[in-house]
Design a protein around this ligand. Structure first.
Ligand code: ZN
Length: 142
């Protein structure tokens, strides 16, 4: 990089706290969903025909749909978690907040280029690209 811009230590600490808070939230969500999955497993094992619970038989399809949804949720949370971890690593190695596209070849699409603007990082702390590059990436132009 010809002009290596970086976020200050205090800014990076702010992002680090934000990411750590996100990691805690993901942890909690994952625990809750795992407990929920276990509980629904127990519930179906102790299912007694002709009990008041039999009305729920009609919802059997919904149950597996719930499990599928939970599974999707866990997969999504897990990849978000991985992204948060690598964001922390980028803070440690000093590459956090730098658009990976603009860093290679500054495109000067944003004022702060190649830095990802602070408000974007506050909203999406795992971002590795500025909005312009992300849009191009989505359109398959990169
Ligand atoms: Zn960029």
């Amino acid at each position: 990089m010809a002009n290596p811009k970086k976020y200050s230590k205090s800014k990076l600490n702010k992002f680090r706290k934000l990411i750590q808070k996100e990691i805690e939230t993901v942890h909690k969500d994952m625990e809750e969903i795992k407990e929920g999955v276990l509980e629904s497993g127990k519930a179906s094992q102790s299912y007694v025909p002709d009990s008041v619970y039999s009305v729920h038989m009609a919802d059997a399809g919904t149950d597996s749909h719930e499990k599928e949804k939970n599974f999707q949720f866990i997969v999504r949370e897990n990849s978000y978690y991985q992204n948060l971890i690598s964001a922390l690593k980028r803070i440690d190695n000093g590459t956090y907040g730098i658009c990976k596209e603009c860093a290679e070849e500054p495109k000067n699409l944003c004022e702060t280029c190649p830095l990802i603007p602070e408000d974007r990082l506050m909203a999406v702390p795992i971002a590795t690209m500025c909005v312009d590059c992300k849009e191009k990436d989505k359109m398959g132009l990169l």
